[in-house]
Design a protein around this ligand. Structure first.
Ligand SMILES: Nc1nc2c(ncn2[C@@H]2O[C@H](COP(=O)(O)OP(=O)(O)OP(=O)(O)O)[C@@H](O)[C@H]2O)c(=O)[nH]1
Ligand SMILES: [Mg+2]
Length: 192
């Protein structure tokens, strides 16, 4: 797909505030700080579209972006961030998990996994959760520019066991743009 225009639509903090528009949704999930917002900015070619931060836990809301006036890209709160209170973790978990369970217009979930840490328990739990609810998902390995050759091979081996369940696995760098065209191509069939 080609992204001709992308604009911020709205942020919501609770499941009873979700937009009524019936556009198909491509939903981006992943651990806090994995690079969700950076990926959205890179994909859309709009630097300031989603707020990025070196401090994990920046995105605590569900953020909607309208793409080409035909679908939503949805930025969900990150999971697995240790330095927040139990109550807050519980609240975010409810929002994230609830969204994936109830939102019936999700056409695809893009699960972002840090390419340097492909064996995180929380990511594997998320995959199990998506599979349990029958949600189609694809995996994007983020921050790929940070990997050394040896680590690339290790990450590839670790991801092999997911290759049958996941619709795709794309190596991505928001820094260099590696993987952008490949990912856009994969997303194309989920936008209508
Ligand atoms: N080198 C490199 N750094 C990246 C890449 N993607 C993101 N980062 C950095 O990782 C940090 C977190 O990026 P964000 O895009 O804010 O991550 P996020 O998943 O949206 O984080 P939360 O909203 O806090 O959950 C920032 O310092 C980014 O600059 C990448 O592809 N390569
Ligand atoms: Mg973010």
């Amino acid at each position: 797909m080609k992204i001709r225009n992308a604009r911020f639509y709205k942020s919501v903090s609770a499941l009873n505030q979700l937009p009524e528009e019936t556009l198909p949704e491509i939903v981006f999930v992943g651990r806090s700080n994995v690079g969700k917002s950076s990926l959205l900015n890179s994909l859309t070619g709009k630097k300031g579209l989603a707020k990025t931060s070196a401090t994990p836990g920046k995105t605590q809301l569900i953020n909607y972006f309208v793409i080409n006036d035909t679908c939503f890209f949805v930025d969900l709160p990150g999971y697995g961030y240790a330095k927040v209170s139990k109550v807050q973790k519980h609240e975010w978990g409810k929002l994230l998990g609830g969204y994936i369970r109830i939102r019936d217009r999700i056409s695809l979930i893009v699960l972002l996994v840090d390419s340097r840490h492909p064996e995180m328990t929380s990511d594997h739990e998320m995959m199990a959760f998506l599979e349990y609810y029958g949600r189609p998902y694809g995996i994007v390995l983020t921050k790929y520019d940070k990997l050394k050759q040896k680590e690339k091979a290790k990450t590839e081996r670790a991801m092999k066991k997911y290759s049958c369940k996941s619709k795709f696995i794309v190596n991505y760098s928001a820094l260099s743009g590696q993987g952008k065209e490949e990912l856009l191509e994969k997303l194309a069939s989920y936008t209508s």
